[in-house]
Design a protein around this ligand. Structure first.
Ligand code: F6R
Length: 609
């Protein structure tokens, strides 16, 4: 959450900062601002609203070759011009942008107020600007380290100071910061997305590290109790195609990312399936066959959509490996003093690798001696670095707030994990090969689902006008329904509730009416008869139905709109049933005229608890 950029070099900073902020806007988009060193002072422009509003309102002469910028997701105080970053001290000597949460901000604000400091904003960040300005240390690095020494919480920060016009000082603790090395210029950002147009030679700061950037290079330090000590961090090239960060011909990133799923699915499977032994190879797990056999339980932790796909993953593990497995919201796990068992494999699942609830759950498990692996998309992210091993998802950058291709690859990651756990137990080689064939067919089958977009668009228009709707499914279909409802409400702002089809008659059937449509997940599996029966109960109460199903499922005269997906192996069906729900949500939101990639109140990468 929140995006940070910084620049020093030979060019005007402001246009580069604004371009970078535009690329980080998915991380927070309620306000934005920039500060540049101009002559002997700092100029700040900031306002509530989008980066384009900031750019439109920027004074023509906003010169300066050193600057910082920020796009905000409000935590302390409403989204208004004053609370927007950068924040300065009273004399305007220091400007700070910050991503994270300062837990002791209230105490620090009181302390500053007692010394006569007038705080202009409601934010936690502003205290940092005052603390840096008040420091009597000689260097900017020492001033920043002293200020950060007073702070409890998480931060990625970038600091400008009028007395040190040749440099930017940045620091990281819990919120990512990446330095980009250009030609006689340096960049810094909280995400590669803002750097790749300028450079692919980068250095990731570690927690507890700070860096000084000058136009010709950077130096890193570790912040410790006794001050700062130099570290030897070097920049290295990253293998990334800058175009992966553009929406290209697509009207939105979400549409692009939905369309990329067949290719992304191929990438996560590539080189990991072993037809000969009917198993998968997941070298990154750092677990040999004996250790895999010793696992007695699997516990999956994630948030939001990652939690729902974790439920699909738990079912895969139980079905293929016959090992008890369940998924839990990582945001809740830590607070019930969980029992950590030595023979449980804990699995943290996260696209960004930054979600703080999931990260804290991982830290809690490790603190108690548990073994955690990660299913993570962003290479080198905080969760990826914290776990004992894992599976990278190779979905490529996911920019839209609503997760699609990363989620599909999470499912495939779980399928491969379950296959490997199964094959060191009782899953037969024939079943292993059956699943491999099923996995290999999925990219093409996802393409088939995507080819049905026009029909899904028509159905989405109908659903979009309903103020409230149900998504229902059973067993394998229930997490699919949960994910479908999540995607729908997230971007269409319609109330969408997921239920087990079997539970409708125990209460929510009372809500069914011609105004409340139901999207039902009905694969042609062992539950099909019961599922179709329940749909008749909905139809009998006048509830409109969209049924996501397989070609050969007989609806027994049910009045409904059918969405047919190709059959996979039954264990793998959930992902093909999920993909059309992405397009339903997408087209409903488009029809309603919403900002697809930046839904209200949300942000990509939730780095606050
Ligand atoms: C939904 C969505 C969120 C994320 C959740 C976890 O479309 O994107 O629910 O799934 O915030 O994010 P990651 O996977 O980055 O940990």
């Amino acid at each position: 959450m929140c995006g940070i950029v910084g620049y020093l070099g030979t060019q005007r900073a402001a246009p580069l900062l604004l371009e970078g902020l535009g690329r980080l806007e998915h991380r927070g988009y309620d306000s934005a601002g920039v500060a540049v060193l101009a002559g002997t002072g700092i100029r700040v422009a900031k306002r509530a609203g989008r980066v384009r509003d900031l750019a439109d309102g920027l004074p023509r002469r906003f010169a300066g070759k050193v600057g910082i910028g920020h796009t905000r997701w409000a935590t302390h105080g409403p989204a208004n011009d004053v609370n927007a970053h950068p924040h300065t001290d009273a004399k305007g000597l220091v400007a700070v942008v910050h991503n994270g949460i300062i837990d002791n901000a209230a105490a620090l604000r009181d302390e500053l107020a007692d010394t006569g400091v007038d705080l202009a904003s409601d934010t936690d960040t502003e205290v940092l600007a005052h603390l840096v300005a008040a420091s009597e240390a000689e260097t900017l690095e020492a001033k920043v380290a002293e200020a950060l020494g007073r702070v409890e919480g998480t931060y990625g920060v970038a600091v400008l100071h009028v007395d040190f016009p040749d440099r930017l000082v940045v620091a990281r603790n819990g919120s990512p910061l990446i330095i980009g090395v250009g030609d006689k210029e340096m960049h810094v950002a909280s995400d590669l997305a803002a750097l790749v147009r300028y450079t692919t030679t980068v250095a990731h700061l570690d927690d507890g590290e700070m860096a000084t950037l000058t136009p010709t290079g950077f130096t890193t330090y570790r912040i410790g109790a006794g001050g700062i000590a130099a570290t030897d961090r070097r920049a290295a090239p990253v293998d990334i195609d800058p175009e992966a960060y553009d929406a290209g011909e697509h009207a939105s990133y979400m549409h692009k990312e939905i369309a990329e799923q067949p290719a992304a699915a191929e990438r996560v499977l590539r080189g990991r399936l072993d037809e000969r032994f009917g198993t998968s190879h997941l070298g990154g797990l750092n677990l040999d066959a004996r250790e895999l056999r010793a696992i007695r339980r699997v516990k999956i932790l994630g948030c939001g959509s990652a939690y729902y796909v974790g439920q699909m993953g738990a079912m895969l593990v139980e079905e293929l490996a016959r090992v008890p497995a369940d998924a839990e919201a990582a945001s809740e796990f830590r607070y019930r003093n969980p029992i950590i068992e030595p023979d449980t494999l804990y699995v943290a699942v996260s696209q960004s690798g930054e979600t703080v609830d999931t990260l804290l759950a991982v830290q809690e498990i490790r603190r108690k001696g548990g073994r955690v692996i990660g299913l993570v998309n962003v290479v080198g992210s905080a969760i990826a670095r914290e776990v004992d091993g894992g599976i990278y998802l190779h979905a490529g950058p996911e920019v839209a707030v609503a997760s699609t291709k990363a989620l599909t690859n999470m499912f495939l990651g779980f399928a491969m994990l379950a296959l490997q756990l199964g094959r060191v137990r009782d899953l037969s080689i024939a079943d292993g090969r059956r699943l491999i064939a099923g996995l290999e067919a999925l990219p093409r089958q996802i393409e088939e689902v995507l080819a049905g977009e026009e029909r899904l668009e028509a159905l989405a228009r109908k659903l979009a006008d309903a103020p409230s709707l149900f998504f229902v499914g059973r067993v394998r279909g229930f997490p699919v329904a949960r994910e479908g409802a999540q995607k729908f409400k997230e971007i269409s702002y319609r109330h969408a509730e997921a239920y087990q089809t079997s539970e409708l008659k125990h209460g929510p059937l009372a809500l069914i009416s011609p105004d409340v449509p139901t999207v039902a997940i009905v694969p042609g599996d062992e539950l099909v008869e019961r599922n179709v029966g329940a749909l008749h109960e909905i139809a009998a109460r006048g509830g409109p139905l969209v049924v996501v199903t397989h070609e050969d499922v007989a609806m027994r005269g049910l009045e409904c709109d059918r969405v047919v997906v190709p059959r996979s192996e039954r264990e793998l069906d959930p992902i093909l049933l999920t993909v059309p729900l992405q397009l339903l949500a997408y087209h409903a939101a488009l029809h309603l005229g919403h900002d697809i990639d930046k839904p209200r109140n949300l942000a990509k990468s939730v780095t606050v608890e």
